[in-house]
Structure formats: C-alpha cells, structure tokens
Design a protein. Structure first.
Length: 245
C-alpha cells in the first residue's frame, strides 16, 4: 500500500457524496486535498471538516459541462505550483430517465457525455503526462455497472466509454508506477443515485480508495466498491491485488 502523506490529491465532486467521504479518508492518511465543485463556495464546509487532520486543503470551482471553466480550474491548480500525484475523477451526472426509452434525445446524450466522459478524460490528459514524466501517479475514474436500462442510455453509454478509455490505456501504463483504473461505487443513496438506492453512501469506504492505494503496477481494472464494504483499508488493498483486468 502506498504512502500518501503529503501527496496532493484532486477529488472532483469532492464537496458531497462519495467525493466528500473519500476526501475525509484520504486526509486521515495525511494526503493534501484539492476539492472540485461546481462553485468554490460549496467546498467550504468540507474544507472545515478536513482542517482537523492537519493537511493542506484547497478548492477550485467549475462547471464540468463547460470546457472553458475546466481549463480555468486546471490552470488555477497549475498556478499553485503543487505536484498532483493522485486524482479521483469522481464527479458524475445522472441523465434524464426516459420512461419511453425510444424517445431519448441527442441533447440528453450530449449532456451525459459532457460530465461523465469528456470532463474526466480532459482532466486525465492534463495530469497523466506529468505523472508519466515523474514515474509515479494514480488516476481513478468512476464508472457504473448500470445495464439493461435503455431509459438511462445517455448515462450508461458515457460510463461505458469511460471504462473503455481506461482499459485501452492499460497497454501503455502496465508495469509502471503510474496506474489508472475505474471504480464502480454501486447504487447509492446520494443526490445522483436517489433516495431509493439500496446502499448507503458510507458503504463505498474503503472500496473507493483501493485502486489508488495499490502499488502493483497494474492498470485497466474495474474495482467494485461494494465488494470491500466493512473491511479495513489494509485488508481491502490486499484483496484488491487479486482483481484482474
């Protein structure tokens, strides 16, 4: 298991839900945290929460549907002169539910792809070159196990594309200490998952962290957070070594 103490960690969607919970756990381990939210002000309560762990915490605001705002947020992070070693591309957006699944609109596909695919790969392309040059980095992109629901086809296709992106990068990253994998949090009672989901948000811990904490130089894998619920982080990371691409 890697030592994250003092390492700068970017968590998109870090102001609530899975992102907030992951930020807290990473701060407990000594990682410095960069929170991304739609509005920088949304990060203030979480920043207060993290102060007690004695780590540095900063925040950027941007709408992940807007490429110019993403560029500005990334430029702001670059201006700080910090080395971002760990990235949790966590933020996501649920598409509209089309009860009549033959009426899905192209606008809905574009909307779903913007946040769930284009934004995270833009962030990945921004930070991966530096990680590769330095010979160290961790990138986790949040996918979904959604299947057989054409009512949510925009969301499902965006997540499938994200998984494909990560899997195909593995041939370049395997055997190096730059690792990129996907994590499926499961269906959670969050703003995205809704109140009828079967799993509490807290059930993602420690599974939401496993792929980032591993040190086995393997990329392109799918980690299901619900398979690690209730475990210690150390035991979860040990179990994570058996996950195959």
């Amino acid at each position: 298991m890697i030592d994250v103490k003092g390492k700068w960690t970017l968590i998109t969607g870090g102001c609530r839900g899975v992102g907030r919970l992951t930020a807290i756990e990473m701060a407990k381990l000594g990682a410095n945290i960069i929170l991304q939210g739609r509005d920088k002000a949304h990060a203030e309560p979480v920043m207060e929460e993290l102060k007690k762990y004695g780590v540095e915490v900063r925040a950027v605001g941007c709408n992940l549907e807007n490429e110019a705002e993403i560029d500005a947020a990334l430029a702001e992070i670059d201006s700080w002169g910090v080395q971002v070693d760990l990235v949790f591309n966590n933020a996501g957006l649920m598409s509209h539910y089309f009860t009549d699944y033959l009426t899905n609109t192209m606008d809905d596909f574009h909307h779903a792809m913007a946040v769930n695919f284009f934004a995270p790969i833009k962030i990945a392309y921004h930070f991966l070159p530096g990680m590769i040059q330095r010979g160290f980095g961790r990138m986790q992109l949040t996918t979904s196990g959604i299947a057989n629901e054409p009512e949510l086809m925009g969301y499902a296709c965006a997540k499938a594309a994200l998984t494909k992106f990560v899997k195909d990068f593995a041939c370049k990253l395997n055997g190096t200490d730059v690792m990129m994998n996907v994590m499926d949090p499961g269906w959670l009672r969050t703003d995205l998952g809704g109140p009828n989901a079967p799993n509490a948000p807290e059930s993602v811990i420690p599974g939401s962290m496993v792929s980032v904490m591993l040190d086995d130089k393997k990329s392109g894998r799918w980690f299901s957070a619900q398979e690690f619920t209730g475990m210690t982080l150390a035991d979860a990371v040990e179990k994570g070594k058996s996950v195959e691409a």
